[in-house]
Design a protein around this ligand. Structure first.
Ligand code: ATP
Length: 328
């Protein structure tokens, strides 16, 4: 068979409209063993979609920072391959790194520089020509414009954190890593940061964040990945995950408090709260039958009446804790 037929075959194939767009980051078979012999990442495969907010969750020491550092080309993988917007982060480090902005956990800035100087300098590090208009926009977006001439040592902790973000955005990256962006930040500022991150996504930046505040992932993420002991144990759309693994709770406020659960209700996953005044029923939202109708009928038959009822979906935090607890 002539070799040119083989070469031409892929080009002749019509483009597959149904194929998903290639991930902006592609991690394939990534393992990392540190010099002391500790294996921090074990055969990690991960695709980050263009334009999404991806939350990477995991307990302390799970390997989150190691994974981010490997994607940013700061540590060398032991095995595996990582592409950032098509560039191999090891072989084509400079091109890959240009696409990425990294906001590390620790604040590392020259305290005697001004905000303007430090952010402008960062842009130059990535070989980009000066662009005062871009720096101005970044500082304004981060509510730092009125502090542009202030020295960093004169800023609050929250402002310093925003300067770190401004530095990471100075070279117009398409991918932004936020490692614990709101650690130690007060609630109000945290909400401000969330708005800012959403604004970045709206402008087309892909965002990967790690967080210990599961509420943060619940609030912002399009997809969630859970890493534990160096392995990705789950990647899922946040809403699908919450539907799939979430439990619902039905709470009934009883007219007459109960000292204990009646025998006739032993078949239900029930609990008593508030000195027997509240009956709580946990049920699976995925199940074909929730059992709610049957329970209400049984309560009626027992003459148990209630004044109010309420349902609650379990939070991402509860789901996360149960996932991480399960792995050996
Ligand atoms: N340079 C290093 N040499 C040896 N072991 C390391 C090194 N850096 C990290 N580790 C180990 O690798 C594991 C993963 O660490 P990593 O910092 O990636 O976890 P993490 O998920 O980011 O944790 P945290 O949430 O606490 O920041 C930990 O057990 C850590 O002690």
């Amino acid at each position: 068979m002539p070799s040119d037929t083989l070469v031409q075959e892929p080009a002749a194939r019509p483009p597959d409209a149904a194929a998903p767009p290639p991930g902006i980051i592609s991690v394939q078979g990534l393992s990392k063993t540190y010099a002391g012999g500790f294996q921090a990442l074990k055969n990690v495969d991960l695709e980050i979609r263009r334009g999404e907010i991806f939350a990477l969750l995991g307990p302390n020491g799970a390997g989150k920072t190691t994974l981010i550092s490997a994607i940013c080309g700061l540590i060398n993988p032991t095995t595996g391959r990582i592409l950032a917007d098509g560039h191999d982060v090891v072989r084509d480090f400079r091109a890959a790194r240009k696409k990425i902005g990294l906001v590390p956990q620790e604040i590392s800035i020259d305290m005697f520089e001004t905000v303007w100087a430090t952010v402008s300098f960062s842009r130059g590090v990535f070989g980009k020509p000066p662009d005062p208009a871009h720096i101005e926009k970044v500082l304004k977006d981060l509510s730092l414009w009125d502090k542009k001439d202030a020295k960093l040592l004169a800023l609050s902790g929250g402002m310093k954190r925003r300067v770190m973000i401004a530095k990471a955005l100075s070279h117009e990256p398409q991918i932004l890593f936020l490692d614990e962006p709101t650690a130690g930040v007060d609630v109000e500022l945290r909400r401000g940061m969330w708005d800012m991150v959403r604004g970045l996504r709206a402008s087309g930046v892909t965002i990967i964040l790690t967080t210990h505040y599961i509420e943060e992932a619940e609030e912002m993420a399009d997809r969630v990945g859970v890493i534990d002991k160096g392995q990705i144990i789950l990647v899922e759309e946040k809403t699908a995950l919450m539907k799939k693994l979430g439990k619902k709770q039905l709470s009934l406020e009883l007219v007459e408090p109960l000292a204990r659960l009646p025998e006739a209700l032993a078949g239900y996953d029930l609990g008593l709260e508030n000195d027997g005044r509240r009956l709580v029923y946990a049920f699976d939202t995925q199940g074909e039958r929730t059992g709610v109708t049957r329970l209400l009928r049984d309560l009626d038959a027992l003459g148990l009446r209630f004044t109010d009822m309420d349902t609650k979906q379990s939070s991402l935090e509860e789901i996360f804790v149960s996932l991480v607890r399960k792995t050996p």
